[in-house]
Design a protein. Structure first.
Length: 523
């Protein structure tokens, strides 16, 4: 079933509602015939039930594997080295346990969702067929009341019968519209639910890397746990780029990179080295980066604070007042009082995908040196970088005294997104306008796919005569996580996004989404 069919039904619905009285016989007959001729909806409920049963069986098998790994985990395996990067055996088992859990947990609810959709089809199909029969019957009877063209046949016309036919026709076409919209909405809901679950239903791997499969799992799961599925250091896109970069190194460089990984103090440190490689840096750059973070390689909290400014907030999903501050040593990742929301959100997004850039902002290239690695020094560097991106991204006319304007356009936002973010993710951004609720709702799946894969999505909003840019950085269930360059992240529902208000009650925050920049040319 397509939206075109629903639009055709709605068109005939208007025609049928307007076709009454003596001069409406022809319109009623034509409208009913056209309304009955609109195709039904696809989908076979039996097939959907079979799919649900297969998914349920797959979940059972996966759970058996999960329990088997759980038994090994309880054995308290030792710290002996395994794999190509010298990961500890205990770390390997924990990563496998986490990996299989994240595969099985989303799968558990899928059969019920599929069965509910199958039941929706089973209810809707006979109801739609009955409405088609009624419309065809009315079309025939109304047609008999029409003599030539649009003229009523006075010898056949019966005002009472015409009123009855009109009532039946309106009820039937309303029924078809409602049934088709219901099936469409149920399908969209199923697609959304399955899409949400499929985002987690993905084994984390550096597929195609020259490392062992065990190393792939441990490094891809670094930062994750059973309780925090969304806190992995490497995004799916970065996993792919890191694997490709490793494979693309020459033999000597690959061996040097493997030595760096083997010498790291923790899976988290190894993951950040791979994140740097995924961001497009050379082996020499990654080696220098490793020398700066090595002293803190066994301190995941230090690494996250200095290298990951927009870590996912897994505790506040859907709670508008639970703003998660993004700060470093007491200073927020914020635009402050300056008109730099586009530049500031872009700087933060680049820092989230480029750990060398993040380290330069947080430490000035001198980690551990109190003269550089402190909140006040960070705030000055952040402001300088925001100002630089802002000034370099605007046209000369914008800067003219008296006639110039503050802020940046969507086109300028697209340009700096490509320069600052896309250059380190391999994505090319393009602006997508969202003029109404349908456009917003239709764009949500693309946004969710982008952030699930690890591509930040700039979003422009308006309200109260003001404009603003934020950055969509996460997705969980029916919630989107947004970084506001006022210094925090927060969650909004898909429903709020579709309705056109993502301010979630925050005073002064322009809340109507009007455009996004979506990554192009990525898987």
């Amino acid at each position: 079933m397509s939206d075109d069919n629903i639009e055709r039904l709605r068109h005939e619905q208007k025609n049928i509602h307007a076709a009454y009285g003596m001069w409406g016989t022809d319109e009623l007959a034509a409208g009913c015939a056209a309304g009955a001729a609109v195709g039904g909806f696809g989908g076979d409920s039996g097939t959907v039930h079979d799919i649900a049963a297969n998914v349920g069986k797959t979940h059972e098998i996966a759970m058996q594997a999960w329990h088997a790994v759980q038994d090994v985990l309880r054995m308290n395996v030792g710290e002996s080295w395994v794999g190509d990067t010298h990961v500890a055996a205990a770390q390997a088992v924990t990563a496998l346990f986490t990996d299989i859990h994240h595969l099985t947990a989303p799968m558990e609810q899928m059969p019920d969702h599929l069965r509910r959709y199958a039941e929706c089809l089973e209810r809707a199909r006979p109801a739609d067929a009955e409405c088609i029969d009624q419309l065809n019957d009315v079309a025939g009877q109304a047609g008999k009341m029409t003599a030539w063209g649009f003229l009523p046949d006075l010898s056949e016309y019966d005002s009472r019968r015409m009123a009855e036919l009109h009532a039946v026709a309106m009820q039937a076409i309303d029924g078809r519209v409602g049934t088709h919209e219901g099936v469409r909405d149920a399908g969209r809901q199923l697609a959304s639910l399955l899409g949400d679950q499929a985002a987690g239903l993905r084994a984390r791997r550096l597929r195609g890397s020259p490392m062992s499969a065990l190393d792939d799992v441990v490094l891809a799961e670094a930062g994750n746990s059973v309780a925090t599925a969304d806190n992995g250091i490497l995004t799916p896109a970065e996993e792919d780029r890191a694997a490709a970069a490793l494979s693309g190194l020459g033999d000597a460089d690959r061996q040097a990179m493997m030595s760096l990984l083997a010498g790291a103090a923790s899976p988290e440190q190894r993951a950040y080295l791979l994140k740097a490689l995924a961001a497009g840096y050379s082996l020499d750059d990654v080696t220098r980066f490793d020398s700066m973070i090595a002293a803190h390689g066994d301190d995941p909290a230090w690494l996250a604070q200095h290298l990951n400014p927009l870590a996912m907030d897994s505790s506040g999903r859907g709670v508008w007042y639970n703003h998660q501050p993004n700060n470093f040593e007491g200073q927020d990742w914020t635009q402050g009082p300056h008109p730099t929301c586009v530049a500031s959100s872009t700087v933060a997004a680049r820092a989230a995908v480029d750990p060398l850039y993040a380290l330069e902002l947080t430490t000035g290239g001198h980690p551990g040196d109190p003269a550089f690695d402190n909140g006040d020094a960070f705030a000055k560097r952040l402001l300088a970088e925001q100002t630089s991106v802002y000034d370099n991204g605007r046209d000369w006319m914008d800067k003219l005294p008296l006639v110039g304007i503050d802020g940046m356009s969507d086109d300028q936002s697209t340009t700096i997104a490509n320069e600052q973010i896309g250059a380190h993710t391999g994505a090319s951004y393009a602006n997508v306008d969202m003029a109404d609720a349908d456009a917003r709702s239709g764009t949500i799946p693309q946004i969710e796919k982008a952030v699930d894969d690890g591509y930040p999505v700039p979003i422009s909003t308006r309200g109260g005569g003001e404009g603003h840019q934020m950055m969509i950085i996460g997705h969980a269930g029916d919630q989107l996580e947004i970084y506001n360059p006022w210094g925090y992240t927060y969650w909004v529902s898909e429903d709020s996004f579709g309705r056109g208000d993502i301010a979630e009650g925050t005073p002064g925050l322009p809340g109507t989404p009007v455009s996004v920049r979506l990554p192009q040319g990525v898987k």
